[in-house]
Design a protein around this ligand. Sequence first.
Ligand SMILES: Cc1ncc(COP(=O)(O)O)c(C=O)c1O
Length: 404
Amino acid sequence: MSKLAIDGGTPVFAAKANVPVWPPADEKTAELLKEIYLSHAWSFYGKHEVAFNEEFAAYTGAASCAMMANGTVTLEVAMQALGIGPGDEVIVPAYTWIATGTAVVVVGATPVVVDIEPDTYCIDPVEVEKAITPKTRAIIPVHLYGSMADMDKIMEIAKKHNLYVIEDCAHAHGSEWAGKHAGTLGDVGSFSFQQSKTIASGEGGACITNDPALGEAMGRISHIGYQYGAVQGKATEPPPMGMISHNYRITEFQAAILRSQLRTLREDTEFRARNAETLRKRLNAIPGIKVQSPGRRVSLQGYYQYAMTLDTAFLKEGITREQFCAALRAEGVGCGPGGWGDLMFRQRLWSVPEELYRVVSYKTAEKIVKEQLITLSLNWLMLSEEETNKVADAFEKVMAEYGR
Ligand SMILES: Cc1ncc(COP(=O)(O)O)c(C=O)c1O
């Protein structure tokens, strides 16, 4: 057995791994940004915003897409367009970024927190059904790290109880459930294009839907009431009375960056998925490690993070998950205990008073997040096959030393 790098041995990655910088940048897009800058046409249903809306709708197979400022306001706008507000309850998973829950609070409704599944780390349909009350109006499954919540069961429950489904696809660009793109199975798919995301423009978001009337409403609500494609100052058809709108617009700069990334999304997704499979086979063979499941009927996973659980019962007495990750980093693998470090309603930025949300269940999520989760960011799935295998070598090496 070779000595661990953390103890002074030679690291598996003697030379630094070729992990691409994320988000990506290229000269052609830089030229395009300059062109937009010099055109003085920076916002308001500009040519790149309209083109991205069409291209992303076509990519996902949705009827329409509305770009917005980020993947938090997309959730708010979706709920507002569906008429969700004070007195309503919306079921969300215990493990997600705070925005999934705060968006519900912002529209005046109550987030109801339920547990996740142990294999996909996505909302557990059994827990969803238990949490339904006469006030429940919607479910927000989060397709965590690009794995997908069980959309067959969620849609069945939604149909039975007459609920809306807003898929939080902040992590799921490129993911497909039995050939259907994430975000097209429920009523709305909400995407984030924030800096770290699979396609990224610093900030940005979009809502997709198969319902043209809902698409029109989401476009208006995010564009201070203007109808789709309107010219600034020319609101030919005002919004219906009572449709209170925001300015949640995106700029041409962001739309142009996203268009260039969208062009290679499918091939990039497939490339990462192939590397993810190589890793999955090798890591799942290590006792104590279990890679996150893609979801029961996922035909293609668009990875945002590569996640797994480490069962610490398989580690030698006194070795923690944090030490395990530190040893991997010393071998040259940039992994960490993962994610946001705690349940949605326990994260440091969660400032929602207790009376404004309800927690139903979270035990599985708590165990995974607090004790077991390890993640690698998506650029670690962009290595050569040889380097991908070295990532697995590093895990094997550390487990050989730290495992029981
Ligand atoms: C699951 C989830 N939902 C929503 C969001 C919000 O997206 P944004 O940062 O674009 O507002 C994020 C952001 O990381 C997220 O991870």
